[in-house]
Design a protein around this ligand. Structure first.
Ligand code: 13P
Length: 341
């Protein structure tokens, strides 16, 4: 493993005022997003939509890296410029989703384990040749307190896979984004999310150490500690920020350069407000940044509606969201900015 480039890449991805755009929806996920706006998920529509995002004016001021799906990593803009080259020309790094999705965990009904380790070394080699500098693997941890979920076995299986993925990435010179996502679905309260997140993160870092992963050369992409989506009592912005920071201080070593949150189904405004509150409570041992998918893209999709004449409006919506999240990196965002926008 060559440590220096990994450390540099990770540090660059969490450099001040910028964060990551997760645009790595698999073809089935992007089809769902396009369904919501009555747009066909054709190869060309997917290409046009990603081009819209990547050519948004000033996006490089707010975006340090973009996570791509295999198809997009190999695609070109309308003028023939490969997307990876287009991003690189703006100083934006290309990342790649390399997991192959969650499958039911045998013997543990209701729990999943993410697959994709077979042949991963060869795939990583090819992605590095295609210009990717970082990768992502997402584990899915559900909460169902009545069923005793998550179990220690479910958490262990996912942490093991994340650590083997991370070690392979570093061997091939790619920075691994380690994403153990405790999902928001359910009626559980904030405390249940905190307990599951703490257990999961503690286990993930135990496995990263066991497999010799260089902590200075990884980024953690976790959920925030939030109330379940259908919990009757929803925690406030400050409660979410305080619980999330408490959980990370207990589990995430200070050697990790950055925590890049997923949005996980939070509204774009909530995702920005929560990140802002955590940074305003600082200082923290790690950079606290974003790697949002839906929270960065929802307003853009709603403005685009699959129509070429809406591209500029969609770019404005994306640029605006990216700018507000950039402000949240230093605690400089205020909800009143939403109205001004
Ligand atoms: P969301 O921000 O929409 O949760 O997506 C982030 C991501 O990359 C999930 O793997």
């Amino acid at each position: 493993m060559n440590a220096d480039p990994l450390v540099r890449t990770a540090a660059e991805l969490v450099s001040p005022d910028r964060g990551i755009l997760a645009a790595d929806e698999s073809n089935s996920t992007i089809a769902n997003r396009f369904d919501d706006i009555d747009t066909e998920s054709s190869l060309d529509n997917r290409r046009a939509y990603r081009e819209l995002l990547f050519t948004t004016p000033d996006m490089e001021r707010y975006v340090s890296g973009v996570i791509l799906y295999d198809e997009t990593l190999r695609q070109e803009a309308a003028d023939g410029t490969p997307f990876v080259q287009l991003l690189a020309s703006k100083g934006v790094q290309a990342g790649i989703k390399v997991d192959q999705g969650p499958q039911p965990l045998a013997g543990y009904p209701g729990e999943m384990v993410t697959e994709g380790l077979t042949g991963l070394r060869e795939r990583l080699k090819e992605y590095a040749d295609l210009g990717a500098s970082f990768a992502k693997w997402r584990a899915v941890i559900e909460i169902d307190p009545d069923a005793g979920i998550p179990t220690a076995a479910g958490i262990d299986a996912n942490a093991h896979a994340l650590a083997r993925y991370a070690a392979l990435c570093q061997e091939q010179g790619l920075v691994p984004i380690v994403e153990p996502e405790v999902v928001m679905e359910g009626s559980h309260d904030l405390a249940a999310c905190e307990a599951a997140t703490e257990h999961s993160l503690a286990t993930v870092f135990e496995h990263l150490r066991r497999f010799g992963v260089l902590l200075e050369g990884v980024l953690l992409k976790p959920n925030m500690v939030v109330s379940g989506k259908t919990c009757p009592t929803q925690a406030s912005v400050d409660e979410v920020a305080a619980a999330t920071l408490r959980c990370f201080r207990r589990t995430v070593p200070a050697a990790v350069p950055g925590i890049v949150f997923l949005s996980g189904g939070q509204s774009p405004q909530d995702a920005t407000a929560h990140l802002n509150a955590m940074n305003a409570m600082g200082p923290s041992p790690w950079e606290l940044s974003y790697s949002y998918g839906r929270a960065l893209q929802q307003p853009a999709l709603a403005a685009w509606l699959g129509k070429p004449q809406n591209v500029e409006a969609a770019q404005r919506a994306f640029g605006q969201r990216a700018r507000l999240n950039s402000l949240a990196r230093s605690g400089a965002y205020d909800a009143s900015m939403e109205l001004a926008a």
